[in-house]
Every structure is written in structure tokens, then in C-alpha cells.
Design a protein around this ligand. Structure first.
Ligand SMILES: C=C(OP(=O)(O)O)C(=O)O
Ligand SMILES: [Mg+2]
Length: 576
């Protein structure tokens, strides 16, 4: 019997494939069992260890080309632990002397090893190896118990990933060729897992509450990332129906693809810019393929999250240069480090906080730790030699913060000029509008920057006081709420009163129901996941800005998000 589950549509497209549960299996065993044949029992350990080594070698082979060398080295470290004679000797002794089962001996000896390493507080490197030993023990135990551990990097057949939640490191190991869909218990449309699945163009439904309890490994799953629907164990008719829908969607995509070199213009010939949000310089290739007019948001924190140390000035310089050169003269906006909240850095411990989203994050860290900020700004200013670059500060709330950030930028520029470095002569400075106070104060803010970029993911989270990653409050993600539209309209109008460009790089910029309203308000630039660019350009050319402006007036007179959504759907002739 098929089972329908509703979640939040997070990444366009339809995927159909067997479920791959990213959930650890039950590795419990009978602790009291005594064995009689110690040699046979130790042979089980040897087989389990050898199978684990073979599995790790296969995973490493599959991950080559997708993971960095240092990430691949982790597999070698795990193989080395599995071949450690000291550890194997202790396991053998335990089985021989105490007649314990292979499971109990492996559990006991590996736990002792891990505890010993974890106790080496004066040697951080050895301490960190404790986690490796635990990981290896889990793999060996799974082989002893005949259970399979999930392993994203080893996937080599079409699957739909079913998980509680997906971390950015999970997505970095995924091969989009095989992952046909992602469904998760947790998360909202603007959680970073959702954003990453759009970047990888994998259909996704998040916030599907108990999907991990509803799907079994290998069961067929349909993921409809357009409507937020999941069907577990569908009937043949349902599979046929969705295969047809998937084909229709692909046809539509092929139509949009014809606009790859077209300008982003409205029906009445008003020009706009549709740009891409990227996380690494490698994403530039896809942005160009999707016809982006530029990069409107380079989330530079992903550079930091993908490294095991604070990236040096030269490492960052190379990354920014690569992005700028790759965009071939089209503008690139790099946002300075935005860590904290749901984006931690292992090697930069941040204080435990009751409310991390309201705490020590983004520009607040950069102003407090100018040495980190300056390294990034110097790299950026140096990279500006290679093409049009804009620098944008995240999470600015007050004029004092903005001025402090700009002062540090000027200091870096002066220092580099003194060193006679070749620099670009026109680096533009902008700020994100994602803190409510900055939006309210947009007139004064606009006087001090070249552009705004409205970060609706956080601006909605902070205005509605609703955690963006918590599906229990995801009903408060209301970009079309008339009160919120009023705030957006105010920010855009304030920018234009001061000759400042108004951009948007939150998910609302790629929302098809928001598009006519934002065009009606005169938003200049729409920055979104590369996968949404061509659909947006195609819609844009059928919209007249004068009609859009009238639509904004009508929307502002309404009371709820839903009423506005219905109004826009009617205007666009979209079905409910
Ligand atoms: C674009 C935004 O930034 P991020 O999603 O990276 O927080 C935003 O808050 O809208
Ligand atoms: Mg943000």
C-alpha cells in the first residue's frame, strides 16, 4: 500500500528511485553471550575487518574527483586503524581469555582505544583520532552484525535519500548522477540543506516530519519537489503518472534553456538582472551555463566550512579570483564571512549560546576579530584586479556596524596601496538587509552603500520571530504577507531615493509568486539558485511592469499571505 507524506517543496523536479535511508542501524548485540570456539570467533573479526577495509577502499575510489585530497585521506586513516596489530591483538586476547563474542571484544577494545585517545588533552591531533576509532568500530560492528551502514559517498545506483536532516558535508559527498531525490524529516525551504539541494539540482522535499519512520531501505519513493509531495511504495499507476509529470517538467525546462543568452527583460522592455547564488568558485560554471547575469551572492563562509583551518589570504585570493575570472566580466558580489547561527566552524570554537541566530555571528564576529576580517578583505581587494567585484557585509543592524566595516575595508585598501599592489579601482560596497532595524532604517543606510541585497531568509526569520530551520514554525515563512511586502517596498523605495541599487538574494528572489510583486516594486536584481534563473527569465518576459505595479497596490490592500498568493496565482493563470 502506498503512503503519501506531505512536506515542504524545497528543490524543483520529480525523482523516482528506491529509498536509501541515511539512518544508523541498530548495532546492539547480546552482551552476555559466551563462545566455545575462540578461533572461529576471531576469524569472524578478521572477516569483518577485511570486509570493512574493502568497503572503505571502494568508497574512496567512488569519491575520487568529488572530494578533496585531504578528505580522501580520512579513508586511509580508517584503513590504517583496521590494520593496527596492537588493536587486533587485544581483541584476540579478549576472545581467548574471556570467551567473549567477537562483537563484545571489538566493542570493548575499540572503546578503550577511543577513550585513551580522547584523554590526551595535550595532543589535539591524537584526541581527534578518537572519533576515527569510533567510526571504524561502527563499521566493523555493522559487518559483524550483518547490517549495512549508510554511506553517501559510496552510492553508485539511483536512490532517493531519506534522512532526518542533511548537513552541508553530506551534500558535498553526493553524486547528483545517482541521487534522484532527497526527503528529510526536518528543515524548511530556506534551511541550508534545501539551498544545497537546489544548487545540486536534486528534487527535494524537506520538513516531512516522520519520513524516516515511513520509508524502508529499497522501497520505491516518488519525490515531487514542485509541490512538496512524497509517495512511499507507489502503485504502478502512480509511477506512470509521475513519470509523465517528470517528462512534462523536463520539456518545460528545455523551453527555458533557449533563454540562456537572452537579456532579462520584462514584456514592456524594462531591464533587470537575474544573478546566481553560489557557495564555491566551482559553482560559477553552472551559473554561466544557466545564463546568470552575474553572481549576486557568493556565500564565502562555504570556503571556510570546506577547510580545516582559517583560509589564508592567498588561498582566499585564489578562490575569489577563480570566481571572478570564471564569470567573464559579469559582476560578482562576494559576501564576507557569515558564520554562526546554523553555520559552525569546527576549528573556530564559538561560545555555546541559548540563541545562536541572535548571537555572535557574521559581521559581529568579524568586527570583534578584525584579523580574520582583514585577511578576507585583503584577499578580496587583491582579487578585484580581475573583474567587477562587489563586497557585501552580512547581518548589519546599525549604522555604527556598517561604518566600522567600511573603515576596516578602507584600512586594508590603504595598506595594499602602500605595498604598491595592483588593485581594481571600482570595488562596490553593499550590505545585506536581513536585520529588521536595517530595513526600517533603509534611508540612512542607503546613503552609505552602493547597493542593498535583501536577505529574505533571515529578514523573514527575524521579522516573524520564527527559526528558519524549524518545520514546526515553517507556516510563518510568509514572504507574501502584506505587512512584510510593505517592508520590502520601503527598502526598495529608500534605496532608489538615494541612487542605491536594490537587489535581493534570499530565496524570495526566485519565488515565482513573488516575482510580479518585486518587479512591480522596481527591484533591480534577483539573485537565486542557478537552477531557478531560466524559469524566472521566462516568466519575466511575459510580465508588464505597469501591471505589476497595480498588482502591488492590490496586494497591499489584502490581509494575509494566502490572499496575496491567490491574487498572484489568478494574475499568472496558475492552478492552486
Ligand atoms: C541570503 C541570505 O543569507 P543566508 O541564507 O546565507 O543566511 C538570507 O538570509 O536571505
Ligand atoms: Mg542570511
Amino acid at each position: 500500500m502506498s503512503k503519501d507524506v506531505k512536506g515542504i517543496a524545497a528543490s524543483d523536479g520529480i525523482g523516482i528511485a528506491p529509498a536509501y535511508l541515511l539512518v544508523d542501524p541498530d548495532l546492539s548485540y547480546d552482551k552476555d553471550k559466551k563462545i566455545s570456539d575462540a578461533d572461529a570467533e576471531y576469524a569472524r573479526v578478521e572477516t569483518a575487518f577485511n570486509d570493512s577495509i574493502a568497503e572503505l577502499q571502494k568508497i574512496k575510489e567512488n569519491a575520487k574527483g568529488r572530494l578533496a585530497d585531504e578528505e580522501l585521506e580520512v579513508f586511509d586513516a580508517h584503513i590504517a586503524i583496521l590494520s593496527d596489530p596492537e588493536m587486533l591483538g587485544q581483541i584476540k586476547d579478549d576472545i581467548n581469555n574471556n570467551k567473549t563474542s567477537a562483537e563484545a571484544a571489538v566493542d570493548k577494545v575499540t572503546t578503550n582505544f577511543a577513550d585513551m585517545l580522547a584523554a590526551m588533552t595535550d595532543n589535539k591531533y591524537m584526541q581527534e583520532r578518537a572519533a576515527d576509532v569510533k567510526d571504524v568500530a561502527k563499521r566493523a560492528m555493522s559487518h559483524l552484525l550483518g547490517k549495512q551502514l549508510p554511506n553517501i559517498a559510496g552510492i553508485d545506483k539511483p536512490v532517493v535519500i531519506v534522512a532526518k536532516e542533511i548537513t552541508p558535508s553530506d551534500t558535498s559527498q553526493m553524486d547528483a548522477k545517482f541521487v534522484k531525490g532527497i526527503v528529510t524529516d526536518l528543515g524548511g525551504r530556506t534551511s541550508h540543506a534545501a539551498i544545497m539541494s537546489r544548487t545540486l539540482r536534486i528534487p527535494a522535499v524537506v520538513g516531512a516530519e516522520d519520513i524516516t519512520a515511513n520509508a524502508k531501505n529499497g522501497q520505491n519513493v516518488i519525490v515531487d519537489g514542485l509541490h512538496g509531495d512524497i509517495i512511499v511504495d507507489p502503485s504502478d499507476d502512480q509511477v506512470k503518472d509521475y513519470q509523465a509529470k517528470a517528462e512534462a517538467f523536463e520539456k518545460e525546462r528545455a523551453e527555458w534553456a533557449k533563454l540562456v543568452d537572452a537579456p532579462s527583460v520584462s514584456k514592456d522592455d524594462k531591464h533587470f538582472e537575474i544573478a546566481a547564488n553560489i557557495g564555491t568558485p566551482d559553482d560559477v560554471e553552472d551559473a554561466m551555463k544557466q545564463g546568470a547575469d552575474g553572481v549576486g551572492l557568493f556565500r564565502s563562509e562555504f570556503l571556510y566550512m570546506g577547510s580545516d583551518h582559517l583560509p589564508t589570504e592567498d588561498e582566499q585570493f585564489e578562490a575569489y579570483k577563480k570566481a571572478i575570472v570564471g564569470m567573464k566580466g559579469k559582476p560578482v558580489v562576494v559576501r564576507t564571512l557569515d558564520i554562526g547561527g546554523d553555520k559552525p566552524l569546527d576549528y573556530l570554537p564559538l561560545p555555546d549560546e541559548m540563541n545562536p541566530f541572535l548571537g555572535y555571528r557574521a559581521i559581529r564576529i568579524c568586527l570583534d576579530r578584525p584579523e580574520i576580517f582583514k585577511t578576507q578583505l585583503r584577499a578580496l581587494i587583491r582579487a578585484s584586479e580581475f573583474g567587477p567585484l562587489s563586497i557585501m557585509f552580512p547581518m548589519i543592524g546599525t549604522l555604527a556596524e556598517l561604518r566600522a566595516a567600511k573603515r576596516i575595508f578602507e584600512e586594508c585598501k590603504t595598506e595594499l596601496q602602500k605595498d604598491h599592489r595592483v588593485l581594481g579601482d571600482d570595488v562596490k560596497i553593499g550590505m545585506m538587509i536581513e536585520v529588521p532595524l536595517a530595513a526600517i532604517n533603509a534611508d540612512k543606510m542607503a546613503e552609505e552603500v552602493d547597493f542593498f541585497s535583501i536577505g529574505t531568509n533571515d529578514l523573514i526569520q527575524y521579522n516573524f520571530a520564527a527559526d528558519r530551520g524549524n518545520d514546526a514554525v515553517s507556516y510563518l515563512y510568509q514572504p507574501l504577507n502584506p505587512a512584510f511586502l510593505g517592508l520590502i517596498n520601503h527598502v526598495i523605495a529608500a534605496a532608489h531615493r538615494h541612487g542605491t541599487k536594490a537587489a535581493m538574494c534570499g530565496e524570495m528572489a526566485g519565488d515565482e509568486l513573488a516575482l510580479p510583486l518585486l518587479m512591480g516594486m522596481g527591484l533591480d536584481e534577483y539573485s537565486m539558485s542557478a537552477s531557478s534563473i531560466l524559469r524566472t527569465r521566462s516568466m519575466m518576459k511575459n510580465l508588464d511592469t505597469k501591471d505589476c505595479a497595480k498588482l502591488v497596490e492590490k496586494a497591499m490592500d489584502l490581509d494575509t499571505n494566502e490572499e496575496v498568493a491567490n491574487l498572484v496565482k489568478k494574475e499568472l493563470n496558475l492552478a492552486d
